[in-house]
Design a protein around this ligand. Structure first.
Ligand code: EPU
Length: 333
């Protein structure tokens, strides 16, 4: 177990914000987590994953918890599927790489998403037409208030767009320990989103490995590498507007991209921000990525407050121009 007082959080947030926490505890097993529950019972705590969806705006008065539960284990094998149980602290993209290397499909469209397995199940990560909920079978957790183990089926996780029960009613109550995924033995490629098909146009046969490589190329062409420039991927969620709002906007902006949903129309926040002229611009040390306006970046030495100020100014500009309220996807602490 790691237990550090006045710990720098710089290695634990991909935005590269230089703040500390009163205490940082990292546990490597369910037993170790149970041992520390009495200590977190009385104080403020935050359970983090890879820190790729967080913005710290100041010193964290409390305990930061981090899992170091590792391991990938095959737990069931049927004619069509292979089920793997993965520790919450495994790096997400290592799991995708493992599956692709072993010929199991389902995760390849989610290649190169930063972060860890536990957080992927809380956040319902998604990209290029696939969400992790499509592949999750169950999520094992420990109740941080009672120490009881609880298993959630995928239905019980109540997944939605970047949403789950762990971000709503049960926020901060459960720590994810293991996630079980159902992988396909027969490959059905998902190529309809964006320019994946175009990337693979010269291939006669498509394999999971080719899809993974194509997704990696697409992501690297427009998303900054957090190891090089601090960022947390999409900073904002794509807003869903009512049909009547869309019907008014569409004639004014015929080139506006949109996706029809059952409950409204989803408009890309990146496009809205881009139309407000923010792409490649900055406010002090916080900036907007020049290739994808949805991503805010740390230009070097930015504070969380710098990024938050930029975020608020952008939200206000988008509201003034389009009458649409966009919201951060990133967890602001
Ligand atoms: N667009 C612009 N200008 C921009 C950015 C986007 O005009 O600066 C337009 C694009 O041309 C495109 C549309 O907006 O027509 C959508 O853009 P894109 O396909 O890049 O995807 P997105 O909706 O902006 C979402 C996810 C990403 C994910 C991609 C691909 C959210 C908030 N973001 O972005 O997720 O990689 O789709 O599936 O849902 C993340 O969560 O960190 C993330 C990167």
């Amino acid at each position: 177990m790691k237990d550090i007082l006045n710990c720098s959080l710089l290695p634990y947030n991909t935005f590269g914000i230089d703040v500390c926490a009163d205490r940082f505890i990292e546990y490597s097993s369910e037993e170790e987590l149970l041992q520390i529950l009495p200590q977190i019972a009385q104080c403020r705590y935050l359970h983090i994953g890879g820190g790729s969806n967080l913005l710290f705006t100041g010193h964290f008065n409390g305990i930061i918890l981090h899992s170091a539960i590792k391991g990938i284990e095959v737990v069931d094998d049927t004619t069509d599927y292979r089920f793997i149980r993965v520790g919450a602290a495994e790096v997400w993209d290592d799991v995708v790489a493992y599956c692709v290397a072993n010929g199991f499909s389902g995760l390849e469209n989610l290649s190169l998403i930063p972060g860890e397995v536990g957080a992927s199940a809380v956040q319902n990560i998604g990209a290029y037409g696939v969400e992790v909920k499509d592949v999750i079978q169950k999520v094992e957790t420990i109740d941080l208030t009672t120490g009881e183990q609880r298993m959630f089926t995928v239905g019980e996780c109540r997944y939605g767009y970047r949403q789950s029960i762990f971000k709503q009613e049960l926020k901060d109550r459960y720590a994810v320990t293991y996630v079980t995924y159902r992988l396909n033995k027969v490959f059905t490629p998902h190529l309809d989103y964006g320019n994946i098909r175009q990337e693979l146009a010269d291939k006669d046969v498509v394999t999971p490995s080719m899809v993974r490589d194509a997704i990696i190329r697409i992501r690297q062409s427009k998303l900054p590498d957090p190891k090089v420039q601090g960022n947390a991927g999409s900073f904002f969620k794509n807003p869903v507007v009512g049909r009547e709002v869309f019907e008014k906007l569409h004639p004014l902006y015929p080139s506006m991209p949109y996706y029809e949903l059952e409950d409204g129309v989803k408009i890309p926040a990146g496009w809205l921000i881009d139309q407000c002229g923010w792409k490649g611009k900055n406010m002090g040390r916080a900036g907007v990525n020049p290739l994808q306006a949805l991503v805010l970046v740390n230009l070097g030495g930015a504070t969380g407050e710098d990024v938050l100020q930029l975020c608020n100014t952008i939200c206000e500009d988008v509201f003034q121009k389009f009458g649409i309220r966009i919201e951060p996807e990133v967890n602001i602490i």
